[in-house]
Design a binder for this molecule. Structure first.
Ligand SMILES: C[S@@+](CC[C@H](N)C(=O)[O-])C[C@H]1O[C@@H](n2cnc3c(N)ncnc32)[C@H](O)[C@@H]1O
Length: 162
C-alpha cells in the first residue's frame, strides 16, 4: 500500500470512529478532550460534531491552521504527560469523550507514550465515557469497543470506561 493510501485510510478511520461514537457521546454530559492538536483537522471535526460542548485541547506546540486554534482558556499547552495531570484540577472524571492522537511514525516512541497515556487519560474520563485513540491503550476499567463498519481492526482504537 502506498503511503498516500495509508494516510487516506488513517484519516477515514479517524473520521468514521469519531462519527460512530458521536451519538453515544451526545447522550451523556461532559466536555470533549482533544489530545494532540496537530494541524487541527480532528479538532475542527469535533467542533462540528459537538457545537455546544466545551472542547479542551492538549498540545505541546501549537502549529495548527489559524482557523483551528482553540481559545486560550481551552488550551493546555505543554507536554501532555504534565498537562493531563494539571487538568485534573478542573476536569477529573469529567470527559464524555477523549480523542487521543499523539502518535508519530515512530513505533518505539508510540509504545513509550502508551505506557503513561492510558492512566493519565483515565483520570479525566467520566464513568461510561468514550476514548477514541490512534494507538492501543491499556486501562483495566476500559472495555474495547468494535470498530465501525469499514474500519479495519487495529487501525484505530475505541474504548468505553466501565
Ligand atoms: C498526529 S498529530 C495530531 C493530528 C491531529 N489529530 C489533526 O487532525 O490534525 C500529533 C500531535 O501531537 C503532539 N504531541 C505529541 N506528543 C505530545 C506530548 N507528549 N504532549 C503534547 N503534545 C504532543 C504533536 O506536537 C502533534 O501536533
Amino acid at each position: 500500500m502506498s503511503r498516500l493510501d495509508s494516510f487516506i485510510r488513517r484519516m477515514q478511520a479517524q473520521r468514521d470512529c469519531l462519527n460512530h461514537v458521536a451519538p453515544l457521546v451526545r447522550a451523556m454530559p461532559g466536555p470533549i478532550l482533544e489530545v494532540g492538536l496537530g494541524n487541527g483537522r480532528t479538532y475542527d471535526h469535533l467542533r462540528e460534531l459537538f457545537p455546544d460542548r466545551a472542547i479542551h485541547v492538549f498540545e505541546r506546540e501549537v502549529r495548527a491552521h489559524p482557523d483551528c486554534v482553540p481559545p486560550d482558556r481551552f488550551l493546555f499547552l505543554g507536554d501532555a504527560r504534565e498537562t493531563t495531570a494539571k487538568a485534573c484540577d478542573r476536569l477529573a472524571g469529567a470527559a464524555a469523550l477523549i480523542h487521543s492522537d499523539l502518535g508519530t511514525g515512530d513505533h518505539a516512541a508510540n509504545t513509550e507514550i502508551g505506557r503513561w497515556l492510558g492512566p493519565a487519560l483515565d483520570r479525566l474520563l467520566a464513568p461510561g465515557g468514550y476514548v477514541v485513540a490512534n494507538q492501543p491503550l491499556d486501562v483495566a476499567r476500559w472495555v474495547r469497543l468494535p470498530e465501525p463498519d469499514g474500519v479495519p481492526r487495529d487501525r484505530y482504537f475505541l474504548y468505553r470506561a466501565g
